[in-house]
Ligand binder design. Structure first.
Ligand code: SF4
Length: 230
């Protein structure tokens, strides 16, 4: 039986009007009342339509994506992420400040396992499952030899859920690589959060090593393979 059983049905096409998670919808309503200039709605993925690399974060940050409406834009976590994407040729500029700042991604997409801001940055398992059909559709846009970068264990687990894979068979570890059914490869990194970078759980060098591995992986597969359903 699918591990998504029990999740309420909703349209596959992502919409910023989605309210399928009552707790998160209520939380966003409160945020809109106190921060009228914030996006405070589900945050859509950003980047190429059929990327060879899809970066998967946890969820929008209160004053980052939840404010600006674009993943990892306008907060601390986005600083190291977009600087690294630029360094490795996936972005036309190193900063991501706000919508309309001219940022474009090249062969890369960025999304979150959960598209709505969760209280205390902690989505509930049912919310990860509820939002997983959107992530699954985004993963299906990758070519069969594409790469996925999971930032943190929850993003990693959400990718496994989309592929209907067991966690016990694919343990999260910084720098780990996991061959997925159909040819795609999952790369793991600690999340580039302020906490992780300030405590040096994740250093710039560690992050660059992961992107170096992804680059070598994709360079070894120069011919894009057509997307296929999971
Ligand atoms: S987290 Fe995902 S499924 Fe839940 S309300 Fe937001 S967009 Fe919809």
């Amino acid at each position: 039986m699918s591990r998504t059983a029990g999740v309420a049905q909703m349209p596959l096409r992502f919409s910023t009007a989605c309210r399928a998670c009552p707790r998160l919808a209520g939380h966003l309503q409160q945020v809109r009342e106190t921060h009228g200039d914030y996006h405070a709605r589900p945050v859509p993925p950003f980047g190429a339509e059929s990327p060879r690399l899809l970066v998967v974060g946890l969820a929008p940050g209160m004053h980052g994506a939840n404010r600006t409406g674009r993943p990892f834009t306008g907060d601390h976590a986005g600083i190291i992420l977009y600087d690294t994407l630029h360094r490795y040729g996936y972005a036309n500029q190193a900063q991501s400040v706000a919508l309309g700042d001219g940022l474009e991604l090249v062969g890369c997409g960025i999304t979150n396992a959960v598209k709505c801001l969760p209280p205390e940055n902690k989505p509930m398992p049912v919310e990860v499952r509820q939002c997983n059909r959107f992530l699954k559709a985004e993963l299906e846009s990758l070519p069969a030899d594409g790469a996925i970068l999971a930032l943190g264990a929850i993003a990693h687990q959400a990718v496994l859920l989309a592929f209907d894979l067991r966690r016990a068979d694919h343990t999260f570890a910084h720098g780990a690589q996991h061959a997925l059914p159909g040819g795609r490869t999952l790369f793991d990194s600690y999340h580039c959060s302020r906490y992780n970078t300030n405590t040096r759980r994740l250093t710039e060098a560690m992050f660059h090593e992961v992107f170096g591995a992804i680059g070598r992986h994709l360079e070894a597969r120069p011919q894009a393979v057509a997307p296929q359903r999971l």
